[in-house]
Design a protein around this ligand. Structure first.
Ligand SMILES: [Zn+2]
Length: 696
């Protein structure tokens, strides 16, 4: 590739770090985005640039190893259906209430204090600046789908207050000031201080805002930090100090900055960070916990802090998308196989352990103790989105869908004002003493002092339309199904409209109208979900054979205006078992219908008042599951019912007793299940996803 990023050259410079870097990463000061975009390319390696209106969630337009290219968020309108309510709530309740929470908890005062506009002391943990940036990113995505004058005005004001504290050196952080100034970028501070994590979120927020408005104010501040403060002082060169990201995030942000500016030097810097710098002394447990600091390509399993690992994988996949480095691709696939074989919860969540918010051992997937941080499920989706772009393989989309509809969607309450930090798969509201995230038995709360998850959920839902489609050299990929309309174009510039009409995920029928501006030959790749065993695909009423679960079904033909596709997916409810190595799931089944994972909440069970616990229930796998839609329950959900038994005295048994003891008497019951994402939206109640079963 003409701009193939010089990985070998980079590795050489990073590995022999006592030699000045061969990578020319010095940059004229204070040039800003507009200066960069208007000037001649920085070097022969500079890439093409996308108009700010045409970039997607990521801008893969010029990424040489992206098989799939993103479609702009603004090119897809999600219409009335499953996601529209969530997205409306996000806009009218979540984003505004989080704005107020951020202000109330001093997140903006932290900035105002430094320009004399506030007398409040610094508040919040070291990474507090990132909360505001992630919220700004949510606003940026939201403004990409429609004008919101009031919201834009508020955000413009916040951006002005943020930019105002930038020091002449380019440094910008509200925590490492005054007495803490001398700590900046010290090696031990880099591992825990989140300075570059904050700047990573600033860059992502700035890029989303720029792609919404064309306003580069925040982006220019981010560029000044990187160009004026970071690059001259930190990197692989003999006169530079080393970088360890501490909490990976800066890697993917820098690569998106390259995509936005057309300047590959930021990707090269990300590559250096992903490689690690051996000059920085790190203990093995730090390397494991932080998922950075050693060459990414030496990783063999997911471990450590789950969000750190997922964000590192995002950055590494971004690096592959730009460089085609096969060592990265191999490692990424090894890690993904570890994810899918050993570490992925059925709700798409990751990170089993509360201690260290970390991955556990293989198959260590507890239910009540599951951590499953909302941010980790989001990181999982973001990583799989990048793996999908690199490969076009539907196995990655299956993970995206599993996480999105379940372990991410559960993170925000139905009214959009409270959030789960943890997303366990079983719950007892009396467990408060063990769970620092529970307040008054409530797992959903409006505010956490570590408030990473709420704005992360907001930015995900605000950007959702950007995940529906991709384009490829020969056509268009359809990843997600919901009522929507795409107005975009193929790679040859041919305008294309795709309209979906469906009641997905409650129904498996999807009607798609394809309208190219002029008739033409191209391929439509339809995602056939991995859970859909029996499928039907018709083109203009005629059945086309060959659709297989877990693959993209390629339909190559001459398409013309108003061509019709009728898809029918298999909505049979599946009772799933886990690998026996998952000890907590032994003897239990989980219910999944379409992409939706279900759970039992005690308050829905007929005898929930009798002082009994969920421990007394079993289901009978041989019985049939009935599904019916309840429009007034939990904003309208499909409800499952299944034959089971209830033992009223099961929980009266002593802690241990002879195996020969006669079983407690059981009576038949009907177990009622609701979608997992909607749990904990009523009175606190026990919940379980994995339900004991009894063959009869
Ligand atoms: Zn979080």
């Amino acid at each position: 590739m003409k701009h193939g990023l010089s990985r070998r050259r980079f590795i050489a410079s990073a590995a022999v770090s006592m030699v000045p870097s061969a990578v020319a990463i010095a940059q004229p000061k204070g040039k800003g985005l507009m200066g960069m975009l208007m000037s001649e390319p920085q070097s022969s390696e500079s890439k093409g640039k996308t108009d700010w209106k045409d970039a997607g969630v990521l801008d893969l337009s010029n990424s040489p190893y992206a098989k799939l290219k993103t479609v702009p968020i603004r090119a897809v309108v999600i219409q009335d259906g499953f996601w529209s309510q969530r997205r409306k709530t996000n806009l009218v309740a979540s984003i505004p209430s989080m704005h107020d929470e951020l202000l109330e908890h001093g997140r903006l005062d932290n900035f105002l204090r430094l320009t004399g506009k506030s007398n409040e002391p610094q508040k919040g943990p070291v990474f507090s600046d990132s909360d505001l940036y992630k919220w700004t990113e949510a606003v940026g995505f939201q403004l990409q789908v429609g004008d919101q004058a009031e919201l834009k005005k508020k955000t413009d004001a916040i951006i002005r207050d943020v930019v105002a504290i930038q020091e002449p050196s380019g440094y910008l952080n509200t925590y490492y000031v005054d007495d803490r100034k001398s700590l900046r970028m010290q090696y031990d501070v880099q591992t825990t201080g989140h300075e570059l994590y904050c700047i990573g979120h600033m860059l992502q927020g700035a890029i989303a805002y720029y792609r919404a408005t064309g306003d580069p104010t925040l982006l220019d501040a981010g560029i000044r930090f990187v160009d004026n403060f970071l690059i001259p002082n930190y990197g692989p060169g003999i006169n530079q100090k080393g970088i360890v990201s501490g909490h990976p995030e800066i890697e993917m942000a820098l690569i998106e900055l390259s995509r936005t500016t057309g300047n590959p030097k930021y990707t090269e810097l990300a590559g250096y960070i992903l490689h690690g710098d051996s000059r920085i002394p790190l203990r093995p447990q730090q390397v494991s916990y932080m998922f950075c600091g050693i060459p990414f390509t030496t990783r063999t399993k997911l471990e450590g802090h789950a969000v750190r690992a997922m964000y590192a994988c995002c950055g590494a996949t971004d690096y592959y998308l730009e460089t085609g480095d096969q060592d990265y691709w191999k490692t990424l696939n090894v890690l993904w196989n570890d994810l899918s074989a050993h570490q992925l919860y059925i709700n798409g969540g990751v990170g089993a352990r509360a201690t260290g918010e970390a991955f556990g051992d293989a198959y260590e997937l507890p239910n009540a103790q599951a951590y499953g941080e909302s941010c980790a499920a989001i990181g999982n989706m973001m990583w799989n989105w990048r793996m999908l772009a690199a490969s076009g393989d539907a196995k990655f989309t299956d993970v995206i869908e599993r996480a999105l509809y379940n372990g991410i969607n559960s993170g925000m309450s139905l009214d959009g004002k409270t959030y789960c930090y943890r997303n366990p798969l079983a719950f007892d509201p009396s467990g408060e003493s063990r769970d620092r995230h529970l307040v008054d038995g409530k797992i959903r709360n409006a505010w956490y002092d570590t408030t990473c998850c709420p704005p992360n959920l907001e930015r995900t839902f605000a950007s959702l339309s950007g995940y529906f489609y991709s384009t490829s050299a020969d056509g268009v990929y359809v990843h997600l199904y919901d009522n929507s309309e795409m107005n975009w174009h193929l790679h040859d510039g041919k305008a294309l409209k795709v309209k979906q009409e469906t009641n997905y995920p409650w129904s498996g029928d999807v009607k798609i109208t394809v309208s190219p501006a002029t008739p033409g030959d191209f391929v439509i790749y339809l995602r056939i979900p991995g859970w859909s065993v029996k499928n039907s695909v018709k083109v203009n009423g005629k059945e086309i054979a060959g659709a297989k679960a877990g693959e993209y079904f390629a339909i190559r033909r001459r398409w013309a205006e108003n061509d019709m596709l009728d898809l029918s997916f298999d909505m049979t409810t599946h009772l799933l078992k886990a690998n026996p190595a998952v000890t907590e799931d032994r003897g239990r089944v989980a219910f999944q219908r379409g992409p939706i994972v279900f759970c039992m909440e005690h308050l829905d069970q007929p005898d929930h008042d009798a002082g009994m616990s969920l421990a007394g229930y079993t289901v009978q796998p041989a019985s049939e599951t009935t599904a019916h839609f309840e429009p007034h329950l939990l904003d309208g959900v499909m409800v499952l019912t299944h034959a089971g038994t209830i033992s009223k005295t099961a929980t009266d048994a002593p802690l241990y007793f002879p195996a020969s003891t006669p079983k407690a008497p059981e009576s038949p019951t009907t177990v009622k299940l609701i979608p997992y994402y909607a749990w904990a939206n009523r009175t606190p109640s026990s919940m379980q996803v994995w339900i004991p079963y009894k063959e009869v």
